[in-house]
Design a protein around this ligand. Structure first.
Ligand SMILES: [Zn+2]
Ligand SMILES: [Zn+2]
Length: 113
């Protein structure tokens, strides 16, 4: 994360936790791992950078990675997947039943609705 400009940190307007950036949901690029709210790219609350906020951001990011470990976004192609490389079909459409179940369980933990 060394490339991130340390000027301010985007925070959740519901619970003041630093938000994590995600490409999982269109128009919901910011995600709060605590209250499960998601927000569009622009117009979110920001706070000046502090080490404390940054530490919380990194904690939230770790949590987010845990939550999304098995989640397969509905419109994604995977590299290193033969079927995806053939094209024409999203990864979610040809994963095993077990992976699909894991993804659905992860999704339930990720999103309120
Ligand atoms: Zn929140
Ligand atoms: Zn695939």
């Amino acid at each position: 994360m060394a490339q991130i400009i340390k000027n301010n940190i985007t925070i959740c307007s519901n619970c003041n936790e630093p938000l994590v950036w995600t490409f999982m949901v269109a128009y919901n690029e910011w995600f709060c791992v605590h209250c499960k709210s998601s927000f569009p790219m622009l117009g979110q609350d920001r706070k000046d950078w502090t080490q404390k906020l940054w530490d919380r951001f990194e904690e939230n990011l770790k949590l987010f990675k845990k939550l999304t470990a098995y989640y397969i976004p509905p419109t994604i192609y995977r590299v290193n997947c033969d079927k995806c490389e053939l094209g024409g079909e999203y990864h979610i459409n040809h994963v095993s039943k077990r992976l699909l179940t894991m993804s659905n369980n992860a999704k339930k933990k990720l999103f309120k609705k």
